[in-house]
Ligand binder design. Structure first.
Ligand code: 9MR
Length: 363
């Protein structure tokens, strides 16, 4: 028996054993009633930790591999595809009745060195990207219901970012704006016509030049039948005065274009002292209100069909290393998997939010 199989069996047994004592309703139960998927980013190495697996399976019905389906994991080696980490997440999801979001197929960052330093021609690059999208999506066809096809392709002014896929060297469409993005969506649709295809972006969640660009480009894509189904809004929040109203307005604007919206990477990070303690304990209350407001903003518009947090326990979050531990405690559960004020506000808003039709499948 492989260690992967053993780990999955163990986590499944333990989750079942603990299931009967879990408090009700969970986020996923409240989400079912509200007609929205409740998801979180996961790392496969943590699935063997019992409290992690138990909380994950009890609270969420959607998972997204935080890194396990990125180029640098799947294509660490130029000659092979390594799906082991992604498969581990998919198997956990299947064992616990969860859906899987795939992340991500095209991103200018976090690609393997053999790719970024390989001196490929645009023609070769085009073939490599086509092959990657096709192989990964076919491997996960029927198992991953939605993909972030292109991630973070625009800068804060709404211009197409320089990147290896666009113009360094690019796939042969350098200087042609979003043509490379459209190409990626067409290849993705060919690879798995059933999957929902998302454009995914950071810092375009409210109303600004980036969100204006996303709106106008998605509108253009829809007019020209580029196969796009949704927009993913990341929502990494560190400003505790964050204004949520523009996010609700942006979601409504996108809804009018006939695409779904997923909130994909929600977290609300707080300032910490050198010991990792909160500098302002009251921040937990403000954090809870931000979580509540984002849930409310999503529930206001029926096409907002999923809310994901970027991890769920303060024990594991990208924020720590990213901020040199000056920020943290960003999630719904503390380091001991106890629900925080943010969890209670999130759950309350979900439970009292308007009931809506489930819209997780391809129209
Ligand atoms: O949380 C992710 C971290 O573990 C990785 O090291 C990093 C680089 O691949 O990516 C982080 O996730 C990012 C996501 O893929 C795209 N949106 C921003 C996220 C936070 O940086």
């Amino acid at each position: 028996m492989s260690s992967l199989t053993l780990r999955l069996m163990l986590s499944t047994v333990v989750v079942a054993a603990f299931g009967s004592t879990s408090p009700a309703p969970s986020l996923r139960e409240a989400g079912d009633r509200a007609g929205v998927l409740l998801g979180t980013a996961v790392r496969p190495s943590q699935l063997s930790e019992l409290a992690y697996a138990k909380t994950l399976a009890r609270e969420f019905n959607l998972v997204e591999p935080e890194d396990a389906m990125k180029w640098w994991v799947v294509r660490a080696n130029a000659d092979t595809f390594d799906f082991r980490q992604g498969d581990e997440v998919v198997h956990f999801a299947q064992a616990h009745g969860m859906k899987v979001r795939g992340h991500c197929l095209v991103w200018g960052r976090d690609n393997p060195a053999w790719l970024t330093q390989g001196q490929f021609t645009p023609t070769r690059f085009s073939k490599l990207l086509h092959e990657h999208i096709t192989s990964v999506m076919k491997h996960y066809a029927g198992q991953v219901f939605a993909w972030d096809v292109v991630n973070e392709a625009f800068d804060e002014n709404g211009n197409v970012r320089d990147s290896l896929w666009y113009n360094q060297p690019g796939v042969g469409l350098a200087g042609k704006g979003t043509a490379y993005i459209e190409q990626a969506f067409r290849w993705a649709h060919e690879a798995d016509p059933q999957a929902l295809l998302f454009y995914h972006e950071a810092e375009g969640e409210g109303l600004n030049r980036k969100s204006d660009t996303i709106y106008s480009r998605v509108k253009d894509f829809k007019t020209r039948h580029v196969p796009i189904d949704g927009v993913g809004l990341q929502l990494h929040i560190s400003n505790l005065n964050f204004d949520i109203d523009p996010v609700a307005t942006n979601i409504a604007h996108l809804a009018a274009l006939g695409v779904q919206v997923h909130i994909t990477e929600l977290d609300v990070s707080l300032p910490l002292d050198a010991r990792g303690e909160l500098i302002h304990p009251d921040d937990l209350t403000r954090q809870a209100e931000i979580y509540r407001g984002i849930v409310r903003a999503c529930l206001q518009t029926p096409v907002c069909t999923a809310i994901q947090t970027w991890g769920f326990t303060d024990k594991y979050s990208w924020i720590g290393s990213h901020s040199h531990h000056a920020h943290g405690q960003a999630l719904l559960f503390d380091r001991s998997y106890q629900p925080k004020q943010s969890y209670r506000a999130f759950l309350h808003e979900l439970s009292t939010g308007r009931s809506r039709l489930q819209q997780g499948t391809k129209p």
